[in-house]
Structure formats: structure tokens, C-alpha cells
Design a protein around this ligand. Structure first.
Ligand SMILES: Cc1ncc(COP(=O)(O)O)c(C=O)c1O
Length: 396
């Protein structure tokens, strides 16, 4: 049976990571990988996480299963983190299941959508995180794209987006990135969120909001503002959240899938379907990540420590955005890179062509994916000069 299989190409980002590892150039820079890096190029365990883990080691009393929905205290705290004060208002309409990372949450959502409407189409931004498309298709759903990023003007194609969404029928799902759009870094402003929320209500499509970077853009609260506007407006929506980036818990695989239904009775029915989906995919989620997040958010001291560490990460990312813009201008680069400073989160497209991307890799050992998406956290005060010189030389 296995000999019938045809080999599949490696994921371009994984291939890039392998090539970077083998590169012996001491000046090499990795802008491809999608994780936060500190000034030393490390992705450290947060101090608040270390403390919570020490607490868990001392206090854990069983390794028995934690139940289909996972750690219920964690689920409730995620609802508060996502919805803020709206979480109490919406409490009887929201149901949350812990999931293995944001990806696991999206896969659970995909299966849930399939149970609601086998013929549903999921509409995603052009471009979007590549895994969105494969994971919805893997669940047997149709995926279509709507205009989003304006490559030419480095902004949003908002009018085109709205015109496309006006064609989306009831029963379809529209995926929106809550903040720090991956790969473009270009987010909707609050007025635009309002328009999208009203349109969802009018058209009757179901918004699915992917929030993988809460706290990496402007603040924990502001990054969730658009999502909260949608939650205030529509009867039903799905939220897929991840603690990989903001808690630095990448390998612990912790996230959540939240369903908001029009009333408590529909929420209960939705929850039973959600849990049946979980049962048929992985039965029970892992405990560790949820316990860490719950321990942090249950302690005023650890929550403050986490806020401070999150501020540090966000401050570094936003500082680097300004630094990249200013360093390129200081090198006499005429092309306008000011958009980098207007975008949010770890990613932006540099907007350079394939030949320039190849030259950066072969001549300067600077690695980025073929679309010119860069992880700005891969830059540091030590390598910014080298980076700016290299970009200046390939685009002149
Ligand atoms: C837009 C988006 N959604 C979801 C995820 C899922 O993250 P994870 O499964 O690591 O929690 C990512 C990760 O890169 C992402 O960029």
C-alpha cells in the first residue's frame, strides 16, 4: 500500500530553515521562521511560564484525562482574555474547548463547520497563512479567497474586500485575522471592523476569527477590539485562539476553539457537536499548556509578570519596525519602506522581487520566504546595519 505513495515537496519554510542551519556564514540572518526571537536570536521560555511550571511540578496530583473540553478554568480565562468585559455579557452564549494549539483549534472549527453545513465554503484573505487553506481543504471544505492585501500600495484593498464579501451567502464562513495579519502585517482599523461586522449580520455569513497574536500588535485589549465588535454585532461566530506566541508556549500546543451562538440553548447544542468533534479527532487535549496559562492568569503576580514580558516582546517588535524603516532610509534607499512601521505583528512583505530575495540569500546569507515575507523579530541591533546594507545593495 505504501509503495503507491508519491513524495510530496517539503514545506518551503521548513526547507528554508534547513538551508539556514547549514549556512556557515557568521553574519547569516533568519527572517523566515515564524517564532518570536529576542535580541540574542533566542526564543526563551517566559519567566512567568517557568514559575507556573515550577508550581505545577509541585502541585500536580494526577495524570488522569482532563475531559473533552480540556481545563475548564483555562477555557473560562481564555473567554475573558478574548472578549474582555463582553465575556460576562455573552457568557450564556459562549462555549469553549481547549485545543492543541491554534492549528488544532482551527481544525476542530473546520470539522464543526462541516457538521453545520457540509457544503460550506470558507473564505480566506488573499494572501493568508498557507496552512489555513490546507487545513480547511483537509476537512473536506471548499476554500475561496477574497481580496485583502494591496501589494502595490502596501495597504488594504478594503473596498474590494467588502464588494467580495457582499457576495458571500448565509451558510458560508468568512475567516478574519483578529490582528497582526500573517503574512502581511496589515490589519483592519476599528471603523473597518464595524463595517465587516454589520455586513456579516446583514448577509448572514458566519465570521471565524483567528487570533494567534493577541498582544503582539498594539495591546492585549486593542488587538481583540475588532473581534469584540463582531461579537457584539452578530448572532453567531467562531473564535480560534492560540497561546503559542503571546505565552511563548509554541511546543506545548495550547489554544482554544470558542463558539458564540445566538442563545444559550443553541450554544449547548453547538457545544455537544464541538465535543463530539474533539472526541473523534484526538479524544482529549494535553494538560500542560492549559495548566500553565491558567496558573499565570489565576495569580496577580504572574499575570503582571506576563504582561511585562508581553510588553517587552511587543516593544521589541515595534521598535524593530521603526529601526528597519529608518535604517533603510539612512542607507539612501529611495524605495518607500515606511509601511513596515504602519503594519503590526511579526510579519511584513518587504515587497522585493524573486531575484533580490535570491541575492540576499546567496550573497548575504539573509533568509526569507519566496513571497518576501519577513519576520521582523529576526533582526537585531547587532545585525540591522548588515541587513540594511544588504537590502540597499540588492535593490539599487
Ligand atoms: C494566522 C495564524 N493562525 C494560527 C496559527 C497557529 O499557531 P499554533 O498552531 O502554533 O498555535 C499561526 C501560526 O503561525 C498563524 O500564523
Amino acid at each position: 500500500m505504501f509503495s503507491e505513495l508519491k513524495p510530496l515537496p517539503t514545506d518551503p519554510i521548513l526547507g528554508l530553515m534547513a538551508a539556514y542551519k547549514q549556512d556557515t556564514n557568521p553574519n547569516k540572518i533568519d527572517l523566515g521562521v515564524g517564532v518570536y526571537k529576542d535580541e540574542q536570536g533566542n526564543t526563551p521560555v517566559l519567566r512567568a511560564v517557568k514559575k507556573a511550571e515550577a508550581f505545577r511540578l509541585e502541585n500536580e496530583t494526577t495524570k488522569s484525562y482532563i475531559g473533552l473540553a480540556g481545563n475548564l478554568d483555562f477555557c473560562q480565562k481564555m473567554e475573558t482574555l478574548l472578549l474582555g468585559e463582553h465575556s460576562t455579557l455573552l457568557a450564556n452564549r459562549v462555549r469553549t474547548a481547549q485545543a492543541p494549539g491554534g492549528t488544532g483549534a482551527l481544525r476542530v472549527a473546520a470539522e464543526f463547520i462541516k457538521r453545520c453545513n457540509t457544503n460550506a465554503t470558507v473564505w480566506v484573505t488573499t494572501p493568508t497563512w498557507a496552512n489555513h487553506i490546507s487545513l480547511f481543504e483537509a476537512a473536506g471544505l471548499t476554500v475561496k479567497e477574497y481580496p485583502y492585501y494591496d501589494y502595490e500600495n502596501k495597504g488594504l484593498l478594503f473596498d474590494e474586500m467588502i464588494n467580495a464579501l457582499k457576495q458571500v451567502p448565509k451558510g458560508d464562513v468568512v475567516l478574519l485575522h483578529a490582528c497582526c495579519h500573517n503574512p502581511s502585517g496589515m490589519d483592519l482599523n476599528q471603523a473597518q471592523w464595524k463595517v465587516v461586522a454589520e455586513l456579516a449580520k446583514e448577509q448572514g455569513f458566519t465570521p471565524l476569527i483567528d487570533i494567534a497574536y493577541q498582544g503582539f500588535g498594539t495591546s492585549l485589549e486593542e488587538d481583540a477590539q475588532g473581534l469584540r465588535t463582531v461579537a457584539d454585532t452578530v448572532d453567531e461566530m467562531i473564535i480560534c485562539s492560540s497561546c503559542s506566541k503571546n505565552f511563548g508556549l509554541y511546543r506545548e500546543r495550547i489554544g482554544a476553539c470558542s463558539i458564540i451562538a445566538k442563545d444559550s440553548a443553541t450554544a449547548d447544542v453547538s457545544n455537544s457537536v464541538l465535543l463530539s468533534v474533539v472526541r473523534s479527532i484526538y479524544s482529549m487535549p494535553p494538560a500542560h499548556g492549559a495548566d500553565i496559562v491558567n496558573t499565570i492568569l489565576s495569580s496577580t503576580e504572574l499575570t503582571q509578570m506576563w504582561y511585562d514580558e508581553l510588553d517587552e516582546m511587543r516593544g521589541r517588535i515595534n521598535g524593530l519596525r521603526t529601526l528597519i524603516k529608518e535604517s533603510l532610509a539612512a542607507k539612501g534607499v529611495e524605495q518607500d519602506f515606511s509601511f513596515i512601521d504602519r503594519q503590526h505583528g511579526m510579519f511584513s512583505f518587504l515587497g522585493i522581487n524573486k531575484e533580490q530575495i535570491d541575492r540576499l540569500r546567496t550573497e548575504y546569507a539573509i533568509y526569507m520566504v519566496g513571497s518576501s515575507r519577513v519576520n521582523v523579530a529576526g533582526v537585531s541591533k547587532d545585525n540591522i546595519d548588515y541587513f540594511a546594507d544588504a537590502v540597499a545593495s540588492v535593490i539599487k
